[in-house]
Design a protein around this ligand. Sequence first.
Ligand code: UFG
Length: 345
Amino acid sequence: MSFSNINGRPLRVFVTGGAGYIGSHVVKALGEAGCEVLTYDNLSTGNRWAVLSGNLVVGDLADRERMRRALKDFAPDAVMHFAAHIEVAESVRDPLKYYRNNTACALNLLEAIHDQGVGLYIFSSTAAVYGIPSQMPVAEDAPLLPINPYGASKMMSERLLADLALADPSFRYVALRYFNVAGADVQGRIGQAYRNPTHLITRALKTAKGEFDRLQVFGDDYPTPDGTCIRDYIHVEDLAAAHLAALEHLLEGGASDVFNCGYGHGYSVREVVATARKVTGIDFMVEDAPRREGDPPELVADNSRIVARTRWRPRYDDLEFIVQTAWRWEGALPEAQQLKKAQLF
Ligand code: UFG
């Protein structure tokens, strides 16, 4: 996939949250595909060192003036919107934080790009919009019944997009509903670097490293074969490739659409723990804990739509490989953190 010569020049893509975990992998992939990229990120969870392609403007989506200026100066052909809060449990405790950042800021951005006439938009949505689906794997046309404010905040943003696309045919978008994104750059240069990581694979590996004394398993009485929650873990590079495939779909004149991003099969928390122990060779301590609020028992993607309507194909559908890349990144992380300290903000 190359975007280096679209109407005689590289495609320009404005990426919010491009210094974050998923955004930085997409920025890297866009750069490799020949795009000119501008990352707009407030660095609240992102890192300057993670932006491997193009320039970075440090700014907040709540700062409308700064955001509008950055958009105007860069004059993008397409916008990808990653910047968001992402923790289910936190969203239950502090819902307004999620509606403000994930929904109200998405509206700020949308107004700005609409005023500027940018017609192509890729949005980071989530499997959390489905809530507890009655059919598994879950397809895109399943009812949207989120069970936590995080999922609801993203569902509302999807609705904004759908309504805008209906009202204005020159605006087309793809909303990508991510399942559980994990792993790191296959070359080990970027990966997850949250200050307070909550994701299962990262917590498991940090426990193996000795950063936590034990890994808690949140709930063992779910209606699943081993009683722990089942998730569809997708490698972050495959997810990045889905963004490029979605962009290509729009560039080729494809209609606005919504695509699940997952592999179509899931693993329980206990299976993930077993894989993390195998990959690391460390028998780290695991303890059963109460359920975490807002967790659905099972979320597995029906990915047939993205496969049918775009050129996306999974490359790294292998939990052990996903954990291996994350483990390699955990080894490289201290170096990245040193680099961060050395950089001037
Ligand atoms: N879990 C544990 N112990 C931990 C961390 C997680 O048992 O220390 C469990 C959770 O309870 C859950 C599973 O592992 O059952 C996966 O949890 P994560 O926190 O890794 O991921 P979530 O499924 O909560 O959420 C992720 C993203 C969301 C996205 C969702 C969609 O963070 O943005 O996947 O499935 F919406």
